[in-house]
Design a binder for this molecule. Structure first.
Ligand code: NAD
Length: 734
């Protein structure tokens, strides 16, 4: 035994080959936490002190090789400042370089997933053998940082600058055959032959058949690139990647610059360039928020997994209604392997639902993601019907008929009589209280909300809504089914708008107030898109549908009259003006569905709706303006964001949602809240709760209750509290 730690052991074999095994105790995966890095340091020192060794094999005793650095340590680490980070990087470079410089040949046996720091470790050895099912990659840019432990230096020297740019800027996870083709690994073998193959390479290197010193030198020298290659690999890539990532995600382009600047340098200089860029990114707010997002996603996934454990699995599902949502739900269920009955009352509706599903499957075939045979097989997972005949063995029903409480109540009571006593009933309603819909049911405990977003196949969120009488078993089964459909379920309590629409409508309220004061909606859209939203509020209203928005606005107005009263029918009394949203609706401008709303819609060459300026809409909106005020970008952002963020705070305070993590993830997954901003509550944290309260108070003086902070938020501000861990202060923008 050369070294024994909690995560790493190094043993010496009879053949003088040392085997370093990663096997982090009490964990299911290997991670390079700071404790493990310290062990690696000790293990390498022990290897350096051992005389007469002939070679080194790096390996893992877990299913994955190493999944990466320990991301849960990042925020605290980034918060310690640039000098700390710099010295951490210098230290790790020292350890990794020491592996690379060992006086004998080295090889890694990549048995499973090797990502981030886990991938950077295996780049230090002279050779790599990979199991057929393993994958490797450097996904750091997705977290707003870049590979900082030598990945930006070693990978391009191994697979070429152009390939490395693709892997690093794209953060891709790469299959073994691709890794082999590009030269990232030397051989790919079946799992059971992995260790023998790795040892064979070592033996050949020891015997002088393979020149390990030459391989090593390649990784440490400047990259050999002509001016044209430089141009192609870097300049073209920078333009392309910048366009794709957008201005809010600086890491991918920064990574390309690091590869470019380091290309002509020796190892030490190139690593110093990498470290400097890493520190700059890690100290910025985007990295802080994206790392926070990763951790929030873990919280949500873990909660989901906990529910799933208690759930009765859904082997057969059913959906009522084959419309936009029902068709989408049927497709999604079938495509992920849960058979589903699709019932409607109209033949042509069923035809339409099936046509939509076929179209989506065909797209998958076109993109090479599905074979035609598989498509045929998956399509048979959808069984259309006009009758309840087969409902006796259905485990879970999603009701997605028209948004009318009377129709829904009747349909739910009807289906309850056709299913077994264990069957879980759910409703995809957007606006009707789940507790109310349960009133007519014989088994209200078996009922909850299952709120999908449009388009179902694309939107990751499913809100699972617990009514007053909903049982844990119903919630668990619904969560499990949503996960089986590849969605991210978030459990919330019942209230008007549930979580996501309740938070979204005050944002529309902010928009209406801006219109009343004479703001230009196209400009508001532009400002909010620049802020990071996938579409501005007017455009979003057109996509949602103005009729739907007016209806939902009425529900919200009824639910929260004090602050959302004006979201509904517009004119409330004398002197009250009509909202721009109401004005659109009353003039039969329903949005994309009838090709006219705040914008007019034309079909583009691919048959997709393209928005164009429409004078008639502009005139109508002018009609609701009581003044013609000019707003700065900052004012527009504040007037739009403050009501949304405040409602998220209220949902948390009212127990509608269980944690800041779930609230923020629901907004990101459900309505496209800009991910790099981390969510509404993290946005308040970033501003500082006290600064946010001051801003809201200021606006409330002029604009009323929609902008008034809650008492508890004031208390938080006074006490210097935050929504997320106070130890992890967001660093100032670098
Ligand atoms: P839709 O009008 O496209 O489809 C409704 C379908 O239900 C129609 O095909 C109709 O024939 C069918 N139907 C009516 N009565 C029925 C019955 N008794 N049995 C079986 N089928 C019946 O509506 P949609 O947009 O798909 O919305 C459905 C539900 O989803 C609504 O509750 C809506 O609020 C909710 N929702 C919609 C969206 C959206 O963006 N469209 C988003 C989230 C939730």
């Amino acid at each position: 035994m050369i070294y024994q730690g909690n995560a790493i052991t190094v043993v010496r074999g009879d053949d003088d080959i040392a085997t370093l095994t990663f096997d982090l105790q009490d964990e299911s995966v290997n991670k390079l936490s700071s404790a493990v890095v310290t062990e690696l340091d000790e293990a390498v020192k022990a290897l350096q002190g051992e005389s007469g060794l002939a070679g080194l094999l790096l390996t893992s005793a877990k299913e994955a090789f190493i999944v990466g650095a320990d991301i849960t340590e990042f925020q605290a680490m980034f918060g310690k400042g640039g000098d700390f980070l710099e010295s951490m990087l210098v230290r790790v470079h020292g350890i990794f370089n020491a592996i690379e410089d060992l006086p004998f040949p080295t090889v890694t046996a990549i048995n499973g997933l090797a990502l981030g720091g886990g991938c950077e470790v295996l780049l230090t050895t002279d050779f790599r053998v990979m199991s057929e099912s393993a994958q490797i990659g450097l996904p750091e840019t997705k977290l707003g940082i870049l590979p900082g432990w030598g990945g930006c230096v070693r990978l391009p020297r191994l697979i070429g600058a152009d390939n490395a740019v693709e892997w690093i800027a794209g953060g891709t996870q790469n299959r073994a055959d691709v890794a082999l083709k590009m030269g990232a690994v030397d051989a790919v073998v079946p799992a059971e032959q992995l260790e023998a193959a790795a040892r064979d390479i070592l033996a050949r290197a020891i015997a002088g058949e393979l020149d390990y010193r030459a391989r090593r030198a390649e990784k440490q020298q400047p990259l050999k690139l002509g001016p044209i290659e430089q141009m192609m690999a870097f300049e073209t890539a920078k333009g392309y990647v910048a366009g794709k990532a957008g201005p809010h995600y600086p890491a991918p382009v920064e990574a390309i610059k690091v590869i470019q600047k380091g290309a002509g340098e020796e190892r030490a200089r190139a690593q110093a360039i990498e470290s400097k860029a890493f520190v700059k990114l890690a100290m910025g707010e985007v990295a802080f928020n994206l790392v926070g997002l990763f951790m929030n996603d873990q919280v949500v996934k873990k909660k989901g997994a906990r529910y799933e454990k208690q759930a009765r699995p859904v082997k057969q599902a059913a959906v009522l209604g084959a419309g936009i949502m029902g068709g989408g739900i049927a497709y999604q269920s079938a495509s992920k392997g849960t058979p589903i009955l699709m019932k409607d009352i109209k033949d042509d509706a069923i035809e339409l639902g099936l046509k939509e599903a076929r179209k989506l499957f065909a797209k998958q075939v076109e993109r090479g993601k599905l074979t035609t045979e598989k498509m045929a097989e998956r399509l048979t997972n959808i069984r259309p019907t006009l009758a309840y005949g087969d409902f006796g063995n259905v485990d879970l029903v999603v009701e997605a008929v028209v948004e009318n409480p009377k129709v829904k109540e009747a349909v739910l009571a009807e289906v309850e009589a056709e299913v077994s006593e264990q069957t879980i009933l759910t409703s995809n309603t957007s606006t009707i209280s789940i507790t109310r819909l349960a009133q007519n049911l014989k088994r209200p405990e078996n009922f909850c909300g299952m709120h999908f977003f449009n388009p179902v196949h694309r939107m990751p969120l499913v809100e699972v809504i617990r009514g007053e009488q909903t049982s844990d078993a119903a919630v668990a089964a619904t969560v499990a089914y949503a996960r089986a459909m590849g969605k991210t379920p978030i459990v919330v309590n019942d209230c008007p708008g549930f979580l996501v629409n309740r938070v979204l409508f005050p944002y529309f309220g902010g928009f209406s107030l801006l219109m009343e004061q004479g703001a230009d909606f196209a400009r508001v859209d532009k400002v909010m898109e620049k802020f990071g939203w996938p579409m501005g509020p007017a455009y979003l209203l057109d996509v949602v549908g103005l009729d739907t928005a007016v209806h939902a606005g009425e529900v919200m107005a009824e639910g929260f009259p004090e602050r959302m009263g004006s979201l509904g029918g517009g004119a409330k009394g004398e002197g009250d003006s009509q909202s721009a949203i109401q004005m659109m609706f009353e003039n039969d401008r329903l949005g994309q569905k009838n090709a006219k709303g705040f914008y007019a819609y034309e079909e583009d060459r691919r048959g997709k709706p393209k928005k164009v300026r429409d004078e008639a809409a502009i005139e109508l909106v002018k009609g609701v303006a009581r003044e013609s005020r000019e707003f700065s970008d900052e004012e527009i952002i504040a007037r739009m964001m403050v009501p949304l963020c405040l409602e998220a705070v209220r949902c948390l305070e009212d127990g509608i949602v269980g944690s800041p993590a779930e609230a923020d993830m629901a907004l990101i997954y459900g309505i496209g809240f800009p991910p790099f901003r981390g969510g509404a509550l993290r946005y308040i944290d970033a501003m500082g709760v006290d600064a946010f309260v001051a801003l809201a108070d200021d606006l409330a003086k002029e604009l009323g209750a929609l902008y008034a902070p809650t008492d508890k938020l004031r208390e938080m501000a006074a006490a210097g509290e935050r929504f997320y861990d106070t130890r992890n202060q967001a660093p100032a923008q670098a």
